[in-house]
Design a protein around this ligand. Sequence first.
Ligand code: LLP
Length: 429
Amino acid sequence: MHGFSYKNESLFCDDVELSSLVEEHGTPLYVYSAGTILDHYRRLDQALSGVSHEVAYAVKANSNLSVLRLLAHEGAGFDIVSGGELFRVIKAGGDPAHCTFAGVGKTRDEIVYALEQGIYSFNVESEEELRYLNEVAGELGMIAPAAVRVNPNVDAKTHKYISTGKSENKFGIDFDAIAGLYERAAKELPHIRMRGLQMHIGSQLTSVAPFVEAVEKVAPLARQLKERHGIEFWSIGGGIGIVYQDSLESGPSQWWESKAEGERPLTIEQYGREVVPRLKDLGLKILVEPGRFIVGNAGVLVTRCLYEKKGSAKTFRIVDAGMNDLIRPALYEGHHEIVPLQKAADSSLQKVDVVGPICESGDFFCQDRELPHFAPGDCVALMSAGAYGFVMASNYNSRPLPAEVLVEGETATLVRKRQTLDDLIEGEL
Ligand code: LLP
């Protein structure tokens, strides 16, 4: 489900009218639905209920403190990729003992900080990193809990920039090298405690088959590592895809399920049904690291149309958000539905490009798309922008970062102020 729907031709986030938020906070504006975030978290938790598990939310998808606080309160763990993300989790009241630390390039400072905070596991991506972790932990007189990321060499069939589980990707260690590495760690690395095994094959997977393939391939290895080295967890990663198209088609709560069987993308229930039975008898705690599934459809980016420019070949609607605010279309050819905040009486569609103000041809939100009528002065919502939206925003073209609002029922809270011009030069000498 997601919490965005029209009431009397006006777009709402749960019980809050988006146009009222625009009046108060201006545009571009990110708006998130707390109810949607919690619903997704609970549905995933439920889908995995047949096995001992923990949902470690991938902080990189949306790291606003209020989003993290919401999930920490709900009992989520966190998958982090930097010292900065750990800092955010702690500030939001999350427990480091429920944090896993992923990433191919952890620095010494990050390792020390995470050791001191007592994180659950370092998810290690190379033997060199494991040896370095042993060295740093030794210097501090500590034992570092660790898991190695296995690269299962499975094709996730997603965009090449977000596919991670093939041998040619920089992530993880080859499947065949894992058992030997755990043996060496046991003999040679006294400051490491091998606590688990990890994998992640890619992001925005819209079919369950690659997950099943990876789980089936790696399960015997996980079993073997448990028997020989007493590992206690297996993180099967994140990557559960969401629907980016037509997400307002049938209103909240059934839009996903309303798709016909053949064209229906991966549902969370299907994921649970297919994956859980293959994990059940391993006797390991299963971790999942979802980011997009939890927050993707829970957020929109609201932007105002500034101009309509009619060229000889195309009509451009120029809006006040740019690729610096939401880079997914430019970077991954990401699709975001574009819907008006107020439905116009004129229900005709026009073929347009919606573009931002940035000096780059890649600065567009859609090209040659049939869109409902909206005019300069009107606002539109770029849907499904809750994951990898604000977190990837930048100050490119010296544009202040947008504000963020979290809606809980009928209450809307500003959870990040819009940057000011002074913020832009903060720290420059
Ligand atoms: N675990 C690991 C080790 C990851 O690298 C990622 C995402 C996740 C979990 C969470 O994946 P999710 O459940 O969100 O698919 N910026 C791109 C997506 C990059 C994903 C990077 N890693 C986008 O906007 O599509």
